[in-house]
Design a protein. Structure first.
Length: 298
C-alpha cells in the first residue's frame, strides 16, 4: 500500500514538475508569475484531443503537434499580453496574466464546450493500460512508466539546454541582468519569447499526460493544476529549475499519501499544508534565495 501510493505520487509529482518548471522559468527571466500557464497546459490536452478526433492522427503525432501548438500559444501570450507591459509595474503584468487565464478558459468553453470530455482512448496505445512491473506491495503500468520517462527526458533535456547551449547562457544572462545582456548583443525580447515557447511545450506535455491518465479533459482543468504547480514552484524555490522539479515530486507524493491513508477529500488540503510548513521553516523554498528589497514609502 505504501509503495503503491509513493509511486502514484511520483506519477502525479512528475506532471506537477513539468508545469512548475514553466512558472519558475518565466519568473526567473522576467520576474512574472504567469498565471495563464495553467491554461496553456489545458490547451495542450484539447489540441491533442482535436488532432486525434478530427484529423485522425495517432497518439504520438498528436502529442508532438500539440506541444508545437502550445509553444506557439506561449509565444503569442508573451507578444500580445506581456511584451507591451515589459516596462510597466509588475502589478499590471500580474493583472494581465490573470485576465489572460480567464480569457483562455472561456475561449476553451466556447470552442470545446464546458462539460468534461473523455480523452479518445482508441488512439492511446493498448499496452499503456497493461501492468509493466509487479513486485510485492505495488505494481506499475506502462502508462506510469511512460509518464516517468517523459518527465525524466524533458527535465534532463531542459537542464542540458540551460547549462550547455548558447540559448541557455543567454537565458541565464537575461535572468541575471537584462540591461547588461542587451549591451553584450543578446536579443532580450527573443530570449523571453522563446522561454515562453519552451514552457508552453512542456505544459502541453503535462496536459496530455493528465488527459490520458485520468481519461478526462475540461476547460477549467488548468486552474487547479496551475495553482498546485505554482505551489510546487514556491516549495522548491521560485526561480530555481531543480527546485521546481523537487517541489513537484514532494507535492505529488504528499497528495497521494494523504489521499491513500486519510481520504481523497483531503488530498488538496494536505498538499498545501506541506507547502505552508516548508515555507514557514524554509521561507525561500528548498533551492531559493532570500532577497532583501528596500522598502519604499508611499
Amino acid at each position: 500500500m505504501f509503495l503503491e501510493q509513493v509511486f502514484n505520487g511520483l506519477t502525479l509529482g512528475g506532471i506537477y514538475a513539468l508545469i512548475a518548471v514553466g512558472y519558475t522559468m518565466v519568473y526567473g527571466v522576467i520576474q512574472l508569475i504567469n498565471f495563464a500557464h495553467g491554461e496553456i497546459y489545458m490547451l495542450g490536452a484539447f489540441f491533442s484531443y482535436t488532432f486525434i478526433t478530427f484529423l485522425g492522427l495517432d497518439f504520438f503525432s498528436s502529442f508532438a503537434l500539440a506541444m508545437a501548438c502550445c509553444a506557439v500559444c506561449g509565444m503569442l501570450l508573451d507578444l500580445v499580453a506581456y511584451r507591451p507591459l515589459r516596462r510597466s509595474p509588475r502589478l499590471a503584468a500580474l493583472i494581465t496574466a490573470i485576465g489572460m487565464s480567464i480569457f483562455l478558459q472561456n475561449l476553451a468553453m466556447i470552442v470545446w464546450g464546458s462539460r468534461p470530455l473523455p480523452y479518445p482512448q482508441s488512439a492511446v496505445p493498448e499496452f499503456f493500460n497493461q501492468t509493466a512491473i509487479v513486485l510485492p506491495g505495488f505494481k506499475l503500468s506502462w502508462m506510469q512508466l511512460f509518464i516517468y520517462a517523459v518527465t525524466l527526458v524533458m527535465m534532463t533535456g531542459l537542464n542540458l539546454l540551460i547549462k550547455k547551449t548558447s540559448f541557455g547562457r543567454a537565458m541565464r544572462a537575461v535572468a541575471q541582468n537584462k540591461t547588461m545582456a542587451s549591451l553584450v548583443g543578446i536579443n532580450v525580447n527573443r530570449v523571453i519569447t522563446l522561454t515562453f515557447a519552451l514552457t508552453g511545450a512542456m505544459g502541453a506535455a503535462a496536459g496530455i499526460l493528465v488527459g490520458v491518465y485520468y481519461n478526462s479533459i475540461y476547460p477549467t482543468m488548468g486552474y487547479v493544476a496551475g495553482v498546485k504547480a505554482f505551489a510546487a514552484a514556491v516549495l522548491g524555490g521560485i526561480g530555481s529549475v531543480p527546485g521546481a522539479m523537487l517541489g513537484g515530486v514532494v507535492l505529488g507524493v504528499a497528495e497521494a499519501l494523504g489521499a491513500g491513508y486519510l481520504s481523497s477529500l483531503y488530498r488538496d488540503g494536505i498538499s498545501y499544508a506541506v507547502m505552508i510548513a516548508v515555507i514557514v521553516f524554509i521561507p525561500a523554498g528548498f533551492f531559493g534565495k532570500l532577497i532583501k528589497e528596500q522598502k519604499k514609502s508611499l
